[in-house]
Design a protein around this ligand. Structure first.
Ligand code: ARG
Length: 463
C-alpha cells in the first residue's frame, strides 16, 4: 500500500495475505459509475462552496470523465493493490491530473462514499428488476388472454379441488409478482436519501452543502444523522428481502411448470428452446430452466441471511464487515434478474394442452361442491348438503363412476330434494361460470382482471 493512501503513520507495507484478504476491487468494481457520479457531485459542490477553486474542480471533473471513458473502453487497469474501486479511481485521477486529484477527498471519507455508491447502485438495480417483472407480467397477461377458455383443475393439497380457468391461475402468478414489484418500489423509495457529507462518521469541518449533493444525485434529501448514514444497511436488507420473496414466488411458479410439464400432468409442453435432453435417455425433455429457477432461490435467500448476520453485531458506526455487503447484494439482484428473464421466455413459449386439462377434470369428483351447493341453494343446511355430497362421491367411487354417471335415483336415495336439474350443475363450464364473484374464475371476472392488469401495465409504460 502506498504511504500516500494511509498517511505518514504507517511504516510497513501491508502483509501480502492481509492485502489480498482485504482487497475488494474484484467485487466492488461494479460501483464505478456510481463512484464517478458521486465524486463529480461532491467536487462541484466543493467549488460552489469555495472550498476548492473552480480550476481544480474543472480539472477533477475532466479527469473523472476521462477515467469513465477509459473504463467504458475496457482500458482501465484495475489494481488489487489499490484495494477497492474508490481508491483505484482516486489514484488514477491523481496520476492523470496531478495534485488537484488529491483535493477530491476533501470533506469526504470512503465511509460516506461507499454508502452513497451502494444506495445509487441499489436504487437503479431495483428499477431494473421492476422492469423485468413488468416484462414477465406482460407475458402472463398475454398468455391468460389467449387461454380464457382452457378449463383445468384448481388444487388444494395438490389434490384436484374445483374447476378453474388456466387464465385465472396465470393471473394468480401475476398478482404475486405485482406485489413483489411494489415491495421493491417501496424499498427504493425509502433508500433514496443521501449519506454523502457524513464523511467518516461525524460530518466535516468544511462548510459543505449536503442538500446540494443530495439533489445532484437524485436523492430526496440528505440523511439526518451522520452516524446512521455511514453505518446503516437496512436499505439492502429491505431490497434483498423483497428479492428473496420474489425468488420464492418464482420458485413456486417454476415448481408448477415442472409439474405441469411432467407426463403425469402433461398440461403443457415447454419449448425446445427452454428444455434440455438427457445424455443417456433419448426420450427425455427436461424442464431444467424452471428447475434452476427453483434451485437458485436458495442463493437469494442465502444472500438475505448473509446480510442479516453480517449486520447483527455491529456497533455504530462503520466497520469493515460492511465491505462484505456487496457480493450478496450483487448476486441477489443478478440471480433474480436472470430468473425473471428465463421464466418470461419459458412461459411465453410454452404450449398448453386444452384437452388434457379438460380430461383431468373428469376424474377426482371436482363437481362434489356443486352437488352440495345445489342442495344448499334449496334450503338444505350446507353442512348436511356437504355430507350428502360425500355419500354420493363414496357411492360413485365404489361403482367406478363419475358423479354425472350416477342415475337420478342414486341422488334421490341420499336426499329427496334432488331433481334432474342437478345434472346441469355438474357441468364443469357451468361450475366455473357460477363462481361469478370478485376475484373468481368466471369468464367475465377473469377477462376483467386481464383488462385491469393490461391497463396498469399500459399506464406504467406511459409514465
Ligand atoms: N471498501 C470499503 C467498503 O466497501 C470502503 C470503505 C472503507 N472504509 C474504511 N474505513 N476502511 O466498505
Amino acid at each position: 500500500m502506498s504511504d500516500k493512501a494511509w498517511g505518514g503513520r504507517f511504516e510497513k507495507e501491508l502483509d501480502a495475505i492481509a492485502a489480498s484478504f482485504s482487497a475488494s476491487v474484484d467485487v466492488d468494481v461494479r460501483l464505478w459509475p456510481q463512484d464517478i457520479d458521486g465524486s463529480i457531485a461532491h467536487v462541484r459542490m466543493l467549488a460552489d462552496q469555495n472550498i476548492l477553486s473552480k480550476q481544480d474542480a474543472d480539472k477533477i471533473v475532466d479527469g473523472l470523465e476521462r477515467i469513465r471513458a477509459s473504463i467504458e473502453r475496457g482500458e482501465f487497469d484495475w489494481d488489487e493493490s489499490k484495494e477497492d474501486v474508490h481508491m483505484n479511481i482516486e489514484a488514477a485521477l491523481t496520476t492523470a491530473i496531478g495534485d488537484a486529484g488529491g483535493r477530491l477527498h476533501t470533506g469526504r471519507s470512503r465511509n460516506d462514499q461507499v454508502a452513497t455508491d451502494m444506495r445509487l447502485w441499489t436504487r437503479q438495480a431495483c428499477a431494473d428488476i421492476v422492469a423485468d417483472i413488468d416484462a414477465l407480467l406482460e407475458v402472463l397477461v398475454d398468455k391468460a388472454d389467449g387461454h380464457l377458455d382452457f378449463l383445468m383443475p384448481g388444487y388444494t393439497h395438490l389434490q384436484r379441488a374445483q374447476p378453474i380457468r388456466l387464465a385465472h391461475h396465470l393471473m394468480a402468478w401475476a398478482e404475486m409478482l405485482d406485489r413483489d414489484r411494489g415491495r421493491l418500489l417501496d424499498a427504493a423509495k425509502r433508500m433514496n436519501e443521501s449519506p454523502l457529507g457524513s464523511a467518516a462518521l461525524a460530518g466535516t469541518t468544511f462548510p459543505i452543502d449536503r442538500d446540494a449533493t443530495a439533489k445532484a444525485l437524485g436523492f430526496d434529501h440528505a440523511m439526518r444523522n451522520s452516524l446512521d448514514a455511514v453505518s446503516s444497511r437496512d436499505f439492502l436488507l429491505e431490497s434483498v428481502s423483497a428479492l428473496a420473496i420474489c425468488a420464492v414466488h418464482l420458485s413456486r411458479v417454476a415448481e408448477e411448470l415442472v409439474l405441469w410439464s411432467s407426463q403425469e400432468f402433461a398440461f403443457m409442453q415447454m419449448s425446445d428452446a427452454f428444455t434440455t435432453g438427457s445424455s443417456i435417455m433419448p426420450q427425455k425433455k427436461n424442464p431444467d430452466m424452471p428447475e434452476l429457477v427453483r434451485g437458485k432461490t436458495g442463493r437469494v435467500v442465502g444472500s438475505l441471511v448473509n446480510l442479516l448476520v453480517m449486520l447483527k453485531g455491529l456497533p455504530l458506526t462503520y466497520n469493515r464487515d460492511l465491505q462484505e455487503d456487496k457480493a450478496p447484494v450483487f448476486d441477489a439482484f443478478d440471480t433474480v434478474h436472470d430468473c425473471l428473464a428465463v421464466l418470461s421466455g419459458a412461459i411465453g413459449s410454452a404450449k398448453f394442452d386444452k384437452d388434457r386439462m379438460a380430461a383431468s377434470l373428469q376424474a377426482g369428483f371436482l363437481d362434489a361442491t356443486e352437488v352440495a351447493d345445489w342442495l344448499a341453494l334449496r334450503g338444505v343446511p350446507f353442512r348436511d348438503a356437504h355430507h350428502v355430497s360425500g355419500k354420493l362421491v363414496q357411492r360413485a367411487a365404489r361403482e367406478g363412476k363419475t358423479l354425472p354417471e350416477l342415475p337420478l335415483e342414486a341422488y334421490q336415495d341420499e336426499h329427496e330434494a334432488f331433481d334432474d336439474t342437478i345434472f346441469y350443475a355438474l357441468d364443469m363450464e357451468t361450475a366455473v361460470e357460477r363462481r361469478d364473484v370478485v376475484g373468481g374464475p368466471a369468464r367475465g371476472r377473469v377477462a376483467a382482471a386481464i383488462a385491469e392488469l393490461r391497463g396498469r401495465l399500459q399506464a406504467r409504460r406511459d409514465s
